[in-house]
Design a protein around this ligand. Sequence first.
Ligand SMILES: *Cc1c(COP(=O)(O)O)cnc(C)c1O
Length: 397
Amino acid sequence: MRDDELVRRQRTMLAQCGAEKSYPGGRSVMPAVVRASTVLFKTLEEMEVARSRRMEEKVFTYGAKGNPTCFELEDLIAELEGGYRTRLFPTGLSAIAMVFTSYLQPGDHILIADCVYQPVRHLASKFCTQYGIKASFFDPTSGDLELKIKTRTRAIYVESPGSILYEVCDIPAIARFARAHGILLIADNTWGAGMLYSPLRLGADISIIAATKYLGGHADVMMGAVTTKEDAWQDLFTMCDTFGMNVSPDDAYLILRGMRTLSSRLSIHERNALGVAQYLSDEAEISHVSCPAMPDHPTHQLWKRDFKGTNGLVSFEFKRRDSVATAKFINSLKLFGIGASRGAFESLVTPCVMDKERSLSDWSARGDVIRLHIGLEDMGMLIEDLKAALIAYRRAR
Ligand SMILES: *Cc1c(COP(=O)(O)O)cnc(C)c1O
């Protein structure tokens, strides 16, 4: 490029224009997407003051330390969860992994509910083993915590309701036990989505939400959020800064936008899921329908006591194991996508391998288990689709 007066001015202008924006008129309803690595200060003194405050407050000092769009989302989630502060992660799983990293040290023991989302088992077997942390499982419905804790138990990790079968854990009781023994209580609150359930208000210290699911709600963005009580905050915050953990403001914006309709979407998921659960319970081929809002669910009373509603998740168990007929059922569904995840607007179906999902209960003599996520489609049409797939199932048997 020629290096004349114009090019020199252009080069400088391109590097400096638009650094300070103010618009005549009003402001937008939604927060700005602030993409930033470098953050500028007017003076050296201003930078030093901002840096000195950033351990205690949300101040914008460098992209890796958070940015205004992410701060808006953190505040919103902290408010929903009833926590002190929230930190964001690129996925729900990375949020869980960062919680393990922040609170556990070599020699510590973590007690994990047997009903957790399966990748937590990999953290227990791979990460914990590699770093000399002991991990063991407990049955969240049996109340045998006293027998399971060890002298170095640092944390209890629950997911309530549990994955696939939706066993509700008695978080207030577990929290009293944990507090009495100086143990941290960590809860995965993805199912509750910050609205249906409040682990922190019920006594947990740390609550994790895979925002990928109901918060985002549109199957187009991944994120995890960890919210803690004030006492538990510093360990997480320090480790996140040490590891440079942050999310893109574009992703934070998508979650914020999804959350505008969280409450209305949850109401429709609930109505549709209850209709489908009711329909499935009347079908002869099905032995169990799992939805904690159904009166015959084993932990329905706890759900009634601690929850504000149910979401779109319904699982069921066929009376028999028959992989050919079950595959026929899944492949015959027209309105249910075959795929992992949940929490977005669409209905999904996934087969569950229960022998891998639980280590304390024996599934060898049980039937095939299917998990449905009931979306925002018309309930009657979803039920018709399930009816037709059950006819195909019967023919394949
Ligand atoms: C999906 C999910 C996660 C992990 O979230 P990702 O964003 O998919 O990594 C964690 N816990 C539960 C209960 C989930 O459903």
